[in-house]
Design a protein around this ligand. Sequence first.
Ligand SMILES: *Cc1c(COP(=O)(O)O)cnc(C)c1O
Length: 422
Amino acid sequence: MDHFLYRNGELHAEEVRVADIVAAVGTPLYIYSTATLTRHYRVFDEALSGMPHLIAYAVKANGNLAVLKTLGDLGAGMDVVSEGEFRRALAAGVPGGRVVFSGVGKTADEIAFALAHNVRQLNVESFEELELVSRVAVANNAVAPVALRVNPDVDAKTHAKIATGKSENKFGIPISRAREAYARAKSLPGIEAMGVDVHIGSQLTDLAPFESAFRKVAELTRLLREDGHDIRRIDLGGGLGIPYRQANEAPPLPFDYGALVKRTVGDLGCEIEIEPGRLIAGNAGILVSEVIYRKQGEGREFLVLDAAMNDLIRPAMYDAWHDIVPLKEPAPGVEKAEVDVVGPICETGDTFARARPLPPLGPGDLVAFRSAGAYGAVMSSEYNGRRLVPEVLVNGDQFAVVRARPSFEEMLARDTIPAWTA
Ligand SMILES: *Cc1c(COP(=O)(O)O)cnc(C)c1O
Protein backbone atom coordinates (compact mmCIF):
# COMPACT_ATOMS: atom_id res chain seq x y z
CA MET A 1 0.00 0.00 0.00
CA ASP A 2 1.16 3.54 -0.64
CA HIS A 3 -0.25 7.02 -0.16
CA PHE A 4 -0.96 7.99 -3.78
CA LEU A 5 -4.70 7.58 -4.08
CA TYR A 6 -7.62 9.20 -5.84
CA ARG A 7 -9.78 11.45 -3.69
CA ASN A 8 -12.77 13.22 -5.18
CA GLY A 9 -11.64 12.06 -8.61
CA GLU A 10 -8.12 13.48 -8.38
CA LEU A 11 -4.79 11.86 -7.58
CA HIS A 12 -3.44 12.90 -4.20
CA ALA A 13 -0.06 12.45 -2.54
CA GLU A 14 -1.13 11.91 1.05
CA GLU A 15 -3.46 14.90 1.60
CA VAL A 16 -2.06 17.10 -1.17
CA ARG A 17 -3.64 17.31 -4.62
CA VAL A 18 -0.89 16.33 -7.07
CA ALA A 19 -2.20 18.94 -9.52
CA ASP A 20 -1.49 21.63 -6.90
CA ILE A 21 2.15 20.55 -6.72
CA VAL A 22 2.34 20.57 -10.51
CA ALA A 23 0.94 24.11 -10.55
CA ALA A 24 3.77 25.21 -8.24
CA VAL A 25 6.69 23.19 -9.63
CA GLY A 26 5.82 22.23 -13.22
CA THR A 27 6.47 18.92 -14.96
CA PRO A 28 8.19 16.55 -15.12
CA LEU A 29 8.74 16.09 -11.38
CA TYR A 30 9.13 13.43 -8.75
CA ILE A 31 6.91 13.38 -5.66
CA TYR A 32 7.73 11.31 -2.56
CA SER A 33 5.52 10.44 0.38
CA THR A 34 6.83 10.69 3.93
CA ALA A 35 4.07 8.41 5.23
CA THR A 36 5.00 5.67 2.77
CA LEU A 37 8.72 5.90 3.51
CA THR A 38 7.98 5.76 7.23
CA ARG A 39 5.61 2.86 6.88
CA HIS A 40 8.06 0.79 4.87
CA TYR A 41 10.86 1.39 7.36
CA ARG A 42 8.60 0.38 10.24
CA VAL A 43 7.39 -2.75 8.45
CA PHE A 44 10.99 -3.96 8.18
CA ASP A 45 11.73 -2.94 11.74
CA GLU A 46 8.79 -4.99 12.99
CA ALA A 47 9.65 -7.92 10.72
CA LEU A 48 13.06 -8.17 12.43
CA SER A 49 11.81 -7.50 15.94
CA GLY A 50 13.20 -9.83 18.57
CA MET A 51 16.61 -9.86 16.91
CA PRO A 52 19.20 -7.12 17.41
CA HIS A 53 19.23 -5.44 14.01
CA LEU A 54 20.03 -2.41 11.90
CA ILE A 55 18.11 -1.44 8.79
CA ALA A 56 20.76 0.20 6.63
CA TYR A 57 18.75 1.88 3.89
CA ALA A 58 20.51 1.58 0.50
CA VAL A 59 21.16 5.22 -0.39
CA LYS A 60 21.64 4.40 -4.06
CA ALA A 61 17.88 3.77 -4.44
CA ASN A 62 17.04 7.39 -3.60
CA GLY A 63 19.69 9.62 -2.06
CA ASN A 64 17.76 12.86 -1.70
CA LEU A 65 18.80 14.45 1.61
CA ALA A 66 15.18 14.91 2.65
CA VAL A 67 14.52 11.20 2.15
CA LEU A 68 17.68 10.28 4.07
CA LYS A 69 16.80 12.67 6.91
CA THR A 70 13.29 11.23 7.14
CA LEU A 71 14.63 7.69 7.42
CA GLY A 72 17.63 8.58 9.58
CA ASP A 73 15.34 10.28 12.11
CA LEU A 74 13.46 6.98 12.45
CA GLY A 75 16.73 5.27 13.39
CA ALA A 76 17.74 3.89 10.02
CA GLY A 77 21.37 3.26 9.18
CA MET A 78 22.62 3.82 5.65
CA ASP A 79 24.26 1.50 3.14
CA VAL A 80 26.51 3.59 0.90
CA VAL A 81 28.61 2.72 -2.14
CA SER A 82 30.74 5.84 -2.57
CA GLU A 83 32.19 8.78 -0.67
CA GLY A 84 29.48 10.92 -2.24
CA GLU A 85 26.75 8.76 -0.72
CA PHE A 86 28.65 8.65 2.61
CA ARG A 87 28.67 12.45 2.62
CA ARG A 88 24.95 12.47 1.89
CA ALA A 89 24.29 10.24 4.90
CA LEU A 90 26.39 12.49 7.13
CA ALA A 91 24.69 15.62 5.75
CA ALA A 92 21.34 14.07 6.65
CA GLY A 93 22.51 13.65 10.24
CA VAL A 94 23.26 9.92 10.16
CA PRO A 95 26.53 9.31 12.04
CA GLY A 96 29.30 7.15 10.56
CA GLY A 97 28.57 4.59 13.25
CA ARG A 98 25.33 3.77 11.41
CA VAL A 99 26.90 3.73 7.93
CA VAL A 100 27.82 0.51 6.14
CA PHE A 101 30.16 1.01 3.15
CA SER A 102 29.54 -1.49 0.33
CA GLY A 103 30.85 -1.67 -3.22
CA VAL A 104 33.28 -3.59 -5.36
CA GLY A 105 35.66 -0.71 -6.12
CA LYS A 106 36.33 1.45 -3.09
CA THR A 107 39.40 3.66 -3.56
CA ALA A 108 42.07 4.33 -0.94
CA ASP A 109 40.68 7.85 -0.48
CA GLU A 110 37.18 6.51 0.09
CA ILE A 111 38.43 3.97 2.63
CA ALA A 112 40.37 6.70 4.48
CA PHE A 113 37.29 8.93 4.47
CA ALA A 114 35.17 6.13 5.91
CA LEU A 115 37.68 5.36 8.67
CA ALA A 116 38.01 9.05 9.54
CA HIS A 117 34.23 9.15 10.03
CA ASN A 118 34.14 6.02 12.20
CA VAL A 119 32.35 3.91 9.64
CA ARG A 120 30.31 1.14 11.21
CA GLN A 121 31.57 -1.46 8.78
CA LEU A 122 33.33 -1.84 5.45
CA ASN A 123 31.90 -4.63 3.33
CA VAL A 124 35.00 -5.96 1.60
CA GLU A 125 34.57 -7.70 -1.73
CA SER A 126 37.98 -9.16 -2.63
CA PHE A 127 41.35 -10.33 -1.32
CA GLU A 128 42.86 -7.32 -3.07
CA GLU A 129 40.56 -4.93 -1.24
CA LEU A 130 41.43 -6.55 2.11
CA GLU A 131 45.09 -5.69 1.54
CA LEU A 132 44.27 -2.09 0.61
CA VAL A 133 41.91 -1.57 3.56
CA SER A 134 44.55 -2.88 5.95
CA ARG A 135 47.25 -0.61 4.46
CA VAL A 136 45.02 2.46 4.65
CA ALA A 137 43.91 1.63 8.20
CA VAL A 138 47.48 1.15 9.43
CA ALA A 139 48.53 4.43 7.79
CA ASN A 140 45.73 6.15 9.71
CA ASN A 141 46.35 4.37 13.04
CA ALA A 142 43.01 2.63 12.75
CA VAL A 143 41.64 -0.87 12.68
CA ALA A 144 38.90 -1.28 10.08
CA PRO A 145 35.72 -3.09 11.14
CA VAL A 146 35.11 -5.44 8.22
CA ALA A 147 32.49 -7.84 6.93
CA LEU A 148 33.51 -9.93 3.94
CA ARG A 149 30.96 -10.03 1.18
CA VAL A 150 30.66 -13.61 0.04
CA ASN A 151 29.25 -14.64 -3.32
CA PRO A 152 27.06 -17.65 -2.57
CA ASP A 153 26.57 -18.66 -6.23
CA VAL A 154 22.79 -18.40 -5.98
CA ASP A 155 20.56 -17.49 -8.91
CA ALA A 156 18.40 -14.57 -7.76
CA LYS A 157 16.00 -15.15 -10.70
CA THR A 158 15.76 -11.45 -11.45
CA HIS A 159 16.73 -9.22 -14.40
CA ALA A 160 20.30 -10.03 -15.52
CA LYS A 161 21.48 -6.46 -14.94
CA ILE A 162 20.58 -6.60 -11.23
CA ALA A 163 21.52 -10.20 -10.37
CA THR A 164 24.69 -10.12 -8.25
CA GLY A 165 24.96 -13.47 -6.45
CA LYS A 166 26.11 -15.84 -9.20
CA SER A 167 29.75 -16.86 -9.46
CA GLU A 168 30.05 -15.16 -12.86
CA ASN A 169 29.07 -11.75 -11.35
CA LYS A 170 31.80 -9.32 -10.30
CA PHE A 171 30.60 -9.17 -6.70
CA GLY A 172 32.02 -10.68 -3.53
CA ILE A 173 34.48 -13.40 -2.64
CA PRO A 174 33.50 -16.90 -3.82
CA ILE A 175 32.03 -18.62 -0.80
CA SER A 176 34.32 -21.58 -1.45
CA ARG A 177 37.28 -19.30 -0.68
CA ALA A 178 35.71 -17.52 2.28
CA ARG A 179 37.62 -19.37 5.03
CA GLU A 180 40.88 -18.58 3.27
CA ALA A 181 39.86 -14.91 3.06
CA TYR A 182 39.03 -14.70 6.77
CA ALA A 183 42.35 -16.36 7.60
CA ARG A 184 44.12 -13.74 5.50
CA ALA A 185 42.07 -10.98 7.18
CA LYS A 186 43.15 -12.23 10.60
CA SER A 187 46.80 -11.95 9.63
CA LEU A 188 46.45 -8.31 8.57
CA PRO A 189 47.14 -5.62 11.18
CA GLY A 190 44.53 -3.11 9.98
CA ILE A 191 41.53 -5.45 9.80
CA GLU A 192 39.05 -6.72 12.31
CA ALA A 193 36.80 -9.15 10.44
CA MET A 194 33.69 -9.42 12.56
CA GLY A 195 30.92 -9.89 10.02
CA VAL A 196 29.67 -11.84 7.04
CA ASP A 197 27.89 -10.01 4.22
CA VAL A 198 25.83 -11.19 1.25
CA HIS A 199 23.68 -9.41 -1.37
CA ILE A 200 22.38 -11.53 -4.22
CA GLY A 201 20.47 -9.03 -6.32
CA SER A 202 17.57 -6.66 -6.59
CA GLN A 203 13.83 -6.91 -7.31
CA LEU A 204 13.59 -10.50 -6.07
CA THR A 205 10.01 -11.69 -6.21
CA ASP A 206 10.55 -15.06 -4.55
CA LEU A 207 12.02 -15.92 -1.15
CA ALA A 208 13.69 -19.17 -2.29
CA PRO A 209 16.97 -17.59 -3.51
CA PHE A 210 17.22 -15.62 -0.24
CA GLU A 211 16.67 -18.84 1.67
CA SER A 212 19.51 -20.69 -0.04
CA ALA A 213 21.86 -17.71 0.32
CA PHE A 214 21.04 -17.18 4.01
CA ARG A 215 21.49 -20.90 4.76
CA LYS A 216 24.92 -20.81 3.15
CA VAL A 217 25.80 -17.75 5.25
CA ALA A 218 24.67 -19.50 8.44
CA GLU A 219 26.75 -22.56 7.64
CA LEU A 220 29.76 -20.40 6.83
CA THR A 221 29.36 -18.45 10.07
CA ARG A 222 29.51 -21.69 12.08
CA LEU A 223 32.65 -22.80 10.22
CA LEU A 224 34.31 -19.43 10.71
CA ARG A 225 33.62 -19.55 14.42
CA GLU A 226 35.18 -23.04 14.55
CA ASP A 227 38.18 -21.50 12.80
CA GLY A 228 38.41 -19.03 15.69
CA HIS A 229 36.86 -15.92 14.12
CA ASP A 230 34.62 -13.79 16.31
CA ILE A 231 31.71 -13.25 13.90
CA ARG A 232 29.19 -10.91 15.51
CA ARG A 233 27.29 -9.42 12.58
CA ILE A 234 25.49 -10.80 9.58
CA ASP A 235 24.57 -8.42 6.76
CA LEU A 236 21.98 -9.96 4.46
CA GLY A 237 21.94 -7.16 1.86
CA GLY A 238 18.84 -5.80 0.17
CA GLY A 239 16.88 -6.99 -2.79
CA LEU A 240 13.30 -7.60 -1.75
CA GLY A 241 11.10 -6.79 -4.76
CA ILE A 242 8.04 -4.59 -5.02
CA PRO A 243 4.87 -4.90 -7.12
CA TYR A 244 5.37 -2.69 -10.18
CA ARG A 245 2.10 -3.93 -11.69
CA GLN A 246 -0.52 -3.43 -9.03
CA ALA A 247 -2.88 -5.65 -11.00
CA ASN A 248 -1.00 -8.93 -11.02
CA GLU A 249 2.15 -8.99 -8.89
CA ALA A 250 2.41 -10.03 -5.27
CA PRO A 251 6.06 -10.27 -4.19
CA PRO A 252 6.84 -11.63 -0.71
CA LEU A 253 6.07 -9.42 2.25
CA PRO A 254 8.72 -8.06 4.63
CA PHE A 255 7.00 -10.01 7.40
CA ASP A 256 7.68 -13.32 5.62
CA TYR A 257 11.20 -12.16 4.79
CA GLY A 258 11.75 -11.41 8.48
CA ALA A 259 10.47 -14.86 9.45
CA LEU A 260 12.90 -16.36 6.95
CA VAL A 261 15.78 -14.37 8.46
CA LYS A 262 14.88 -15.66 11.92
CA ARG A 263 14.59 -19.24 10.66
CA THR A 264 17.91 -19.24 8.83
CA VAL A 265 20.31 -17.08 10.82
CA GLY A 266 18.33 -16.18 13.95
CA ASP A 267 19.95 -18.75 16.22
CA LEU A 268 23.52 -17.50 15.72
CA GLY A 269 23.32 -14.69 18.23
CA CYS A 270 24.53 -12.19 15.63
CA GLU A 271 23.36 -8.67 15.07
CA ILE A 272 21.42 -8.69 11.80
CA GLU A 273 21.83 -5.98 9.19
CA ILE A 274 19.72 -5.61 6.07
CA GLU A 275 20.14 -3.10 3.25
CA PRO A 276 16.75 -2.55 1.60
CA GLY A 277 16.52 0.25 -0.95
CA ARG A 278 13.77 -0.41 -3.44
CA LEU A 279 11.23 -1.73 -0.94
CA ILE A 280 11.54 1.39 1.18
CA ALA A 281 11.60 4.04 -1.56
CA GLY A 282 10.07 2.45 -4.67
CA ASN A 283 6.38 2.76 -3.94
CA ALA A 284 7.00 5.96 -1.99
CA GLY A 285 7.43 7.97 -5.19
CA ILE A 286 5.74 8.91 -8.45
CA LEU A 287 6.99 10.71 -11.55
CA VAL A 288 4.45 13.20 -12.89
CA SER A 289 4.47 14.25 -16.53
CA GLU A 290 2.35 16.17 -19.01
CA VAL A 291 1.19 14.88 -22.38
CA ILE A 292 2.60 17.08 -25.16
CA TYR A 293 1.15 15.34 -28.23
CA ARG A 294 -1.02 12.43 -29.13
CA LYS A 295 0.68 11.45 -32.37
CA GLN A 296 -0.91 9.24 -34.99
CA GLY A 297 1.58 6.68 -36.33
CA GLU A 298 1.16 3.93 -38.86
CA GLY A 299 -1.18 1.49 -37.16
CA ARG A 300 -0.37 2.83 -33.69
CA GLU A 301 -0.75 5.90 -31.58
CA PHE A 302 1.95 7.58 -29.53
CA LEU A 303 1.49 9.55 -26.37
CA VAL A 304 4.48 11.92 -26.34
CA LEU A 305 5.24 13.08 -22.78
CA ASP A 306 7.46 15.80 -21.39
CA ALA A 307 9.26 13.17 -19.26
CA ALA A 308 11.92 11.05 -20.92
CA MET A 309 14.41 8.26 -20.35
CA ASN A 310 16.85 10.75 -18.81
CA ASP A 311 14.30 11.31 -16.02
CA LEU A 312 13.33 7.65 -15.53
CA ILE A 313 15.63 5.15 -17.18
CA ARG A 314 14.21 1.93 -15.75
CA PRO A 315 12.04 1.00 -18.76
CA ALA A 316 14.96 1.53 -21.18
CA MET A 317 17.58 -0.08 -18.95
CA TYR A 318 15.74 -2.97 -17.31
CA ASP A 319 12.69 -3.40 -19.56
CA ALA A 320 10.79 -2.33 -16.48
CA TRP A 321 7.05 -1.85 -16.25
CA HIS A 322 5.60 1.18 -14.47
CA ASP A 323 1.88 1.60 -14.02
CA ILE A 324 0.81 4.88 -15.64
CA VAL A 325 -2.28 6.59 -14.27
CA PRO A 326 -3.98 9.88 -15.18
CA LEU A 327 -4.16 12.53 -12.47
CA LYS A 328 -7.89 12.82 -13.13
CA GLU A 329 -9.56 9.57 -12.17
CA PRO A 330 -11.14 7.98 -15.26
CA ALA A 331 -14.90 7.48 -15.12
CA PRO A 332 -15.82 3.90 -14.26
CA GLY A 333 -16.08 1.71 -17.35
CA VAL A 334 -14.37 4.26 -19.61
CA GLU A 335 -13.03 2.64 -22.75
CA LYS A 336 -9.25 2.20 -22.94
CA ALA A 337 -7.16 2.25 -26.10
CA GLU A 338 -3.63 0.95 -26.62
CA VAL A 339 -0.94 3.60 -27.00
CA ASP A 340 2.86 3.68 -26.99
CA VAL A 341 3.98 6.04 -24.23
CA VAL A 342 7.21 7.79 -25.23
CA GLY A 343 9.46 10.70 -24.33
CA PRO A 344 10.96 13.38 -26.60
CA ILE A 345 14.54 12.01 -26.63
CA CYS A 346 16.16 11.05 -29.92
CA GLU A 347 16.39 7.34 -29.18
CA THR A 348 13.89 4.59 -29.80
CA GLY A 349 14.84 3.36 -26.32
CA ASP A 350 13.04 6.42 -24.97
CA THR A 351 9.85 4.41 -24.74
CA PHE A 352 8.11 3.96 -21.39
CA ALA A 353 5.44 1.50 -22.50
CA ARG A 354 4.26 -0.20 -25.68
CA ALA A 355 0.62 -0.89 -26.53
CA ARG A 356 -0.43 0.21 -23.05
CA PRO A 357 -4.21 0.30 -22.56
CA LEU A 358 -4.97 3.80 -21.25
CA PRO A 359 -8.10 5.91 -20.97
CA PRO A 360 -8.42 8.80 -23.45
CA LEU A 361 -5.58 11.30 -22.89
CA GLY A 362 -4.46 14.27 -24.93
CA PRO A 363 -2.24 17.35 -24.88
CA GLY A 364 -2.19 19.07 -21.50
CA ASP A 365 -3.36 16.01 -19.57
CA LEU A 366 -1.24 14.93 -16.63
CA VAL A 367 -0.13 11.39 -15.84
CA ALA A 368 1.82 9.72 -13.04
CA PHE A 369 4.26 6.83 -13.25
CA ARG A 370 3.75 4.80 -10.12
CA SER A 371 6.52 3.04 -8.15
CA ALA A 372 9.13 5.55 -9.32
CA GLY A 373 10.65 6.42 -5.93
CA ALA A 374 13.63 4.05 -6.25
CA TYR A 375 16.22 4.11 -9.05
CA GLY A 376 14.34 7.05 -10.57
CA ALA A 377 15.70 10.53 -9.85
CA VAL A 378 19.05 9.11 -8.71
CA MET A 379 19.66 7.76 -12.22
CA SER A 380 18.52 10.90 -14.00
CA SER A 381 20.79 12.90 -16.29
CA GLU A 382 20.78 15.97 -18.51
CA TYR A 383 20.97 13.93 -21.71
CA ASN A 384 19.59 15.85 -24.69
CA GLY A 385 20.20 19.11 -22.84
CA ARG A 386 17.28 18.49 -20.52
CA ARG A 387 17.27 20.01 -17.06
CA LEU A 388 17.56 17.64 -14.09
CA VAL A 389 14.14 16.61 -12.86
CA PRO A 390 13.07 18.26 -9.56
CA GLU A 391 11.92 16.40 -6.45
CA VAL A 392 9.18 17.18 -3.95
CA LEU A 393 8.50 15.59 -0.55
CA VAL A 394 4.97 15.48 0.82
CA ASN A 395 4.14 15.12 4.50
CA GLY A 396 0.43 15.08 5.35
CA ASP A 397 -1.04 18.29 3.95
CA GLN A 398 2.36 19.93 3.35
CA PHE A 399 4.85 19.68 0.54
CA ALA A 400 8.36 21.00 0.00
CA VAL A 401 10.63 21.17 -3.02
CA VAL A 402 13.60 19.07 -1.90
CA ARG A 403 15.54 19.50 -5.14
CA ALA A 404 14.68 22.41 -7.38
CA ARG A 405 14.72 22.26 -11.15
CA PRO A 406 17.96 23.99 -12.18
CA SER A 407 17.79 26.98 -14.50
CA PHE A 408 19.30 26.74 -17.97
CA GLU A 409 21.82 29.37 -16.83
CA GLU A 410 22.97 27.13 -13.95
CA MET A 411 23.29 24.25 -16.34
CA LEU A 412 25.40 26.20 -18.81
CA ALA A 413 27.54 27.76 -16.07
CA ARG A 414 29.03 24.39 -15.16
CA ASP A 415 30.97 24.16 -18.42
CA THR A 416 33.94 26.34 -19.27
CA ILE A 417 35.40 27.16 -22.65
CA PRO A 418 39.21 26.97 -22.74
CA ALA A 419 41.21 30.13 -23.40
CA TRP A 420 42.81 28.76 -26.58
CA THR A 421 39.54 28.96 -28.51
CA ALA A 422 39.00 32.09 -30.53
C1 LIG B 1 21.71 -2.16 -4.60
C2 LIG B 1 22.13 -2.71 -3.31
C3 LIG B 1 21.24 -2.79 -2.24
C4 LIG B 1 19.78 -2.39 -2.35
O1 LIG B 1 19.06 -3.25 -3.18
P1 LIG B 1 17.46 -3.08 -3.28
O2 LIG B 1 17.08 -4.07 -4.30
O3 LIG B 1 17.18 -1.69 -3.68
O4 LIG B 1 16.90 -3.42 -1.94
C5 LIG B 1 21.70 -3.28 -1.03
N1 LIG B 1 22.99 -3.67 -0.87
C6 LIG B 1 23.89 -3.60 -1.89
C7 LIG B 1 25.27 -4.03 -1.63
C8 LIG B 1 23.48 -3.14 -3.13
O5 LIG B 1 24.38 -3.09 -4.12
